[in-house]
Write a protein that binds this ligand. Structure first.
Ligand code: SGN
Ligand code: CA
Length: 532
């Protein structure tokens, strides 16, 4: 069903107060089909493949995201190059690994003067826009229009920077971001030109705050703990020392919203204060709806007063419920965008991409968050719908450095030779694909903040994964930690519980993976940076 555009216009015009309002574009007579492909790139933040029904139907039904999969391809082996937001986004925009694009961790600042695919598209006559979470610190470059959240952004009444001007918008982030995207598609762009729209939802990033209309969903659903919840981390020292445990690090007030009015429930003091500040962003109506739900949860928690393993189960269940409520809103809003494309006849000339900046732990290994090269966070969902293209699964190992060349090739724009990734277009057309690499290379840098995940790098083939946990020199905040190796046979140990590095009979496998790792470092110009 077509969205009532008047409503969208009003909403957005109201929220654009103070920012430049773009003129209405004249309607084009030109047939959409005669233009180069439009690009609609939808990315959520921290959206696990476990919570997309096209990938996994244990937890939630996501009919709208699944529409993209049903009409296109589902990549079943899709990975990132550095499992954290800013770096992942920089890899996607440039098609290059982190060291080459200069954005290695969330404390970096993106050098906006460098080559990105939106810039290359813009130079070839595309109308480009980015709307939603940006997280690259410097102002976006290569976009005709940008309307981005500040940093992580807020779920309620978020402040955006619209082409350089700050503007706070009333409402829930996923709805507001979608409204802005629809408004740009309808009235903001030059319809004579093909478009490339990057629609970046903040959701479902921590602290998983649902829209008020979704608060009661999943309230009766129990979520059993994943098999690996009580992982012993034996033989995996970096996994043991992290701070992303649901049991130890997930805060009941901040993350799980037990900010009771009489302040008898306490979490970590700084997080508790932050939790109360987020709540205070809401207007009285939003607070009333919020309280109507969480006051009951708080009362129930106080009455049951769970402890030990019972508390772990309670936390996990509450986390899942909120996360899935947030996904429900994402899916509904993606439905609005797909409906709009259908109603406007844009479906047949638009490449649609759905992905996340990385995967996420839904309690596996006892965790939330990401960062590790273990499967749940190294993988990321990837669905692509190319008009007239292949439908079905693509099993090849692909990585987020491949998005830029794919989009460039789909748009008929030459792929610069310095891009590391390789175009996935042949896979979308069901043609032979010859990637320019023998395996996937991964590298993570950020330490010790915020979740104490040790810097590491590694290589993954179809069957094996070798990880080098980097040595950490002594510093003011940490003591020295030696480097170590982890080797997993993914066929026999898909949950990566048994580090077989150093066990008799695995020497040859380890040696050949080490050679492969060095070869990839050389290929990506990194060999001098980490001594293996
Ligand atoms: C915030 C979160 C972290 C999260 C990072 C990175 N804390 O700092 O839990 O790991 O973002 O996430 S929060 O208290 O601010 O929510 S990323 O996806 O943006 O890289
Ligand atoms: Ca993220």
């Amino acid at each position: 069903m077509k969205e009532p555009m008047d409503k969208i216009k009003n909403l957005v015009c109201m929220s654009l107060a103070g920012a430049a309002i773009m003129p209405f574009a004249a309607c084009s007579d030109k047939k959409e089909e005669s233009k180069p492909l439009n690009i609609l790139y939808i990315m959520c933040d921290d959206h696990s493949y476990q919570t997309i029904s096209a990938y996994d139907n244990r937890y939630i039904n996501t009919p709208n995201i699944d529409r993209i999969a049903a009409d296109g391809v589902r990549f079943t082996n899709s990975f990132v190059a550095n499992s954290i937001s800013g770096p992942s986004r920089a890899c996607m925009l440039t098609g290059k690994h982190s060291l080459a694009n200069g954005f290695t961790d969330n404390r970096s600042e993106f050098d906006g003067s460098q080559q990105t695919y939106p810039k290359l598209l813009q130079a070839q006559g595309y109308e480009t826009a980015v709307i939603g979470k940006w997280h690259l610190t410097s102002d976006p470059t290569g976009f005709n229009h940008w309307d981005i959240l500040i940093g992580q952004g807020d779920y309620y009444n978020p402040t955006f920077i619209c082409n350089g001007e700050r503007v706070q918008r009333k409402g829930y982030a996923t709805n507001v971001t979608t409204d802005l995207a629809l408004e740009w598609l309808e009235n903001g762009r030059d319809t004579e030109k093909p478009f490339c729209l990057l629609l970046h939802h903040k959701a479902p990033h921590r602290t998983w705050m649902p829209d008020t209309c979704d608060l009661d969903l999943f309230s009766d659903t129990e979520f059993p703990l994943p098999d690996t919840f009580y992982d012993s981390y034996e033989g995996r020292e970096a996994a043991r020392i992290q701070h992303m445990s649901i049991s130890k690090d997930m805060d009941i007030v901040y993350d799980l919203k037990l900010a009771d009015k009489d302040s008898t429930i306490h979490g970590r003091p700084d997080l508790e204060a932050a939790g109360r500040a987020i709540y205070n962003r809401m207007d009285p109506e939003q607070k009333a709806a919020w309280d109507a739900h969480y006051d009951k949860v708080i009362a129930d928690f106080k009455q049951k007063n769970p402890q030990g393993k019972e508390l772990d189960a309670w936390k996990f269940r509450q986390y899942m419920r909120d996360y899935l409520r947030v996904i429900t809103s994402v899916d509904r809003n993606i439905g609005r965008v797909l409906d709009y494309l259908e109603a406007e006849g844009l479906m047949e000339n638009t490449l649609i991409v759905y992905t996340s900046d990385q995967g996420f732990y839904m309690g596996e290994h006892g965790w939330f968050d990401k960062r590790f090269m273990y499967e749940e966070s190294f993988r990321t969902p990837l669905l692509m719908r190319l008009p007239g293209g292949k439908k079905g699964d693509v099993p090849q190992l692909v990585q987020n450095i491949d998005y830029a060349p794919t989009i460039l090739e789909a748009a008929g724009v030459e792929i610069p030779s310095d891009i590391h990734g390789c175009s996935l277009l042949p896979l979308l057309k069901d043609e032979e694909w010859n990637p320019n690499r023998k395996a996937l290379y991964y590298r993570y840098y950020e330490f010790p903040d915020e979740h104490a995940v040790r810097p590491h790098l590694g290589v993954r083939t179809e069957r094996y994964k070798l990880i080098r946990i980097c040595e950490v020199p002594a510093s003011a905040s940490t003591e020295a930690m030696p480097g170590s190796w982890e080797l997993f046979d993914l066929e026999n140990d898909p949950q990566e519980l048994n580090n077989i590095y150093g066990t008799p009979g695995t020497e040859q496998i380890a040696d050949s993976l080490k050679s492969l790792l060095k070869e990839l470092q050389l290929q990506y110009g990194e060999e001098q940076y980490v001594e293996l």
